[in-house]
Design a protein around this ligand. Structure first.
Ligand SMILES: O=C(O)C(=O)C[C@]1(C(=O)O)C=C[C@@H](O)C=C1
Length: 313
């Protein structure tokens, strides 16, 4: 790459030092220009011709799905203007960060992203049971808030943030009070790589070969009245029609505002056939996998379902 090459922009949940930033750097290194955003929704909204790439957290191995992400994946623009083009996983080791000199018994508020607070529930209830938890847009934003001047509502000398220990090396005046405070030692978060096109060429290949994947959104078609639900295909019928291997399913209320009408975010994996190795599958031509998935989506539509391709990788 020449020195003055224009790098594609990648939107991520900031400020610097978030897990999303680390996961993005692990995969993209210096091949992109990083553009920090305040919330996961801002990251999603930043995906455009100006910033054709983004990374958003999708699921944690102990606390489960990132609801904000799933709610973005059910929006009509996903699968139309924004696509999932890859995944990457990061080991998450949380620490308790404080203003230099603050002791555990002084902490009245614990600030962090909802996911990090959820991943450290046992630590908080065992070690700082009287502390209130305060949701912040990201773990790094929580650490940064410790450096603000005291207000009527919050004294930073009575607060702690849950974040990565890397953050202590980024912002001056903070120190790590406890390390490895997540409830499960093996704690991983999986991220989706977003792009403006299904085949964005600037995504570096994953380090380990894995079978081809796809993400689709399924639902029974938009019904005029809740009563129609009885004739609509069930999730079992939708999956049978799809005839592809589903490896993950998340359910969210649909945007039709019909009570209990849901959308299903279904992750698919290409089956290994005789003679295939995971490596050869990964190298298989993407168009063939896209055709297989599209044929499955057509079968879902034939039985009265709605089926949208949200991404392939
Ligand atoms: O706040 C951050 O550091 C993030 O990158 C977000 C996020 C998440 O939403 O899951 C990412 C990984 C961890 O699970 C905790 C928080």
């Amino acid at each position: 790459m020449s020195y003055d090459a224009v790098l594609p922009k990648l939107a991520f949940l900031g400020p610097v030092g978030t897990y999303t930033h680390q996961a993005a750097y692990d995969r993209f290194g210096t091949s992109v220009e990083y553009c920090e955003q305040k919330t996961i929704t801002d990251v999603f909204n930043a995906v455009s011709s100006d910033a054709p790439l983004a990374l958003i957290p999708q699921e944690n191995s102990t606390y489960g799905a990132v609801i904000e992400t799933n709610d973005l994946l059910r929006l009509p623009m996903t699968g139309k203007d924004i696509f999932v083009v890859g995944e990457t996983t990061l080991s998450i080791q949380h620490c308790l960060l404080v203003r230099r000199g603050v002791q555990l018994q002084q902490i009245e508020n614990v600030l962090s992203h909802e996911q990090a607070l959820g991943q450290c529930r046992n630590f908080i209830s065992t070690n700082i049971p009287a502390a209130s938890v305060v949701k912040m847009p990201s773990t790094s934003a929580a650490a940064q808030a410790l450096l603000l001047p005291p207000t009527e509502n919050r004294d930073p000398f009575k607060c702690a943030a849950i974040c990565s220990s890397i953050v202590a090396t980024i912002f001056n005046g903070l120190e790590v009070l406890r390390e490895g405070i997540q409830d499960a030692e093996a704690n991983f978060t999986r991220f989706y790589i977003l792009s403006t096109t299904l085949a964005f060429e600037h995504v570096p290949p994953p380090k380990d070969a894995s079978p081809k994947r796809a993400l689709v959104r399924l639902s029974s078609s938009g019904m005029a009245a809740p009563g129609d639900m009885h004739s609509a295909p069930t999730i079992t019928q939708l999956l049978i029609a799809l005839k592809l291997s589903a490896i993950r399913i998340d359910r969210r209320p649909s945007s039709y505002l019909v009570p209990f009408h849901d959308v299903y975010l279904v992750e698919l994996q290409q089956d290994l056939k005789d003679g295939d190795t995971e490596k050869s599958l990964h190298q298989a031509i993407k168009p063939q996998w896209i055709s297989e998935v599209k044929a499955g989506l057509d079968r879902v539509k034939e039985i009265g379902g709605e089926a949208i391709l949200l991404g392939v990788w």
